[in-house]
Ligand binder design. Sequence first.
Ligand SMILES: Cc1ncc(COP(=O)(O)O)c(C=O)c1O
Length: 412
Amino acid sequence: MTTRQALPLYHTSVSSLRVRDFLDVRLSANAAYWRSVEEFESAYGSAHGAAEAVLVPTGRDGLRFILEFLRTPGRTRVVVPALGDSSIMEMVLDAGLVPVPAPVRPSDGTLDLGRVEPLLDRHVLAVIPVHLFGRACQVERLAEMTSRQGIQLVEDCAHAPLTQHQGRWLGTFGIASFTSFAPFKLIDCGGGGMVLTNDRRLAAAVRAVARRHVPIGLGSLAARSLASVALSLGTSRMPYDLVGHPLYLRMGSGGHAVRFYEDRVRPLLKHGADEGVRGLPALPFVRSGLRQLIGLASRLGNQQRLAGLLRRGLPLGLLLEGDAGSGSSEYAQVASFADRDRAMRVLVRRGIDAVPNPAEAWGDCPVARRLQREGVLLPWFDKMADQDVDLLRKALVEAAGTIGHGPGAAFD
Ligand SMILES: Cc1ncc(COP(=O)(O)O)c(C=O)c1O
């Protein structure tokens, strides 16, 4: 029996891709490609008030290139949040450095600065605050803490492009930042990312490595599109990755099959997918990226308005939420339930296509492990109608009423 999902987890749109740009892929000389790249870079940089923006093959590559530039003898450690995307850990290791997982806050999953401070010493090269799910980490305070000790701040803005915090753009609080244009990010170029910085030397070094990568060819573009369509047939869910697929949901989280998939299959898929597409986005995607950037402010505005509607009347602490007055792109909504499986059953019965929190947890941080174990990623996109948000809100109220919700007192 299939459950018909009234509210799909993701909404994909190809409206920003233009057929004539695809024709150009075949016809264009290299010069046309690099002109579009430079146009995108310069628009991205000036939208954020940054002197330099550099297109990179993936967000994680952007981080690796930055770390390789910053490398300093004697400073071998990099402080990263204990909750987030595993690519951050991998890149720190790839750069020959040691990741130090730091505690996160129960309210929004961003770095807990009180607990980060004791980790900062003369062996630390950099701290990487992640604006998880769009909620701004307290970067203004972190910038002060790190600069006192000669430690670099490198923001992960994969979930927070064009997002203001304390009157300033996220991504401009430290020496450099990076964002991702992977599928389903706020700007989706099917892959790719951007590094932002005011440091000309850093930009030149990153550009020199990034430009060694060639744009993804038509063959891989076609293969990726086919794989994406095949995996999302009959659903509107995430391609390349079976988490969120109806089959996966029906296996139930925590079951043997799921664990086998998570431990054995998913890492292979992830790695394979990343390796297969490591290249700069092709011309149609670069042009589409620029168009998406131009429309982003209004899309974010709508998303922020919808987030206000969603929170109205919801129990406090049910959703991850930053401090009052801090910035947020509202990229995703994540709720926490003590009994996640039961909560998800209530949501699915209500037609809400929810999946377990996709963030991963590392190190000795009970808050991160709990947010990962109890978190539910909810359907969320800027084209949702107000009635959809209302449906979601009512389902959350019902689930919270039957089950109770986190974060609980056992956190500390
Ligand atoms: C928070 C976060 N940081 C970094 C990345 C890495 O970006 P990319 O996939 O472009 O390497 C992602 C997404 O994959 C992410 O969600």
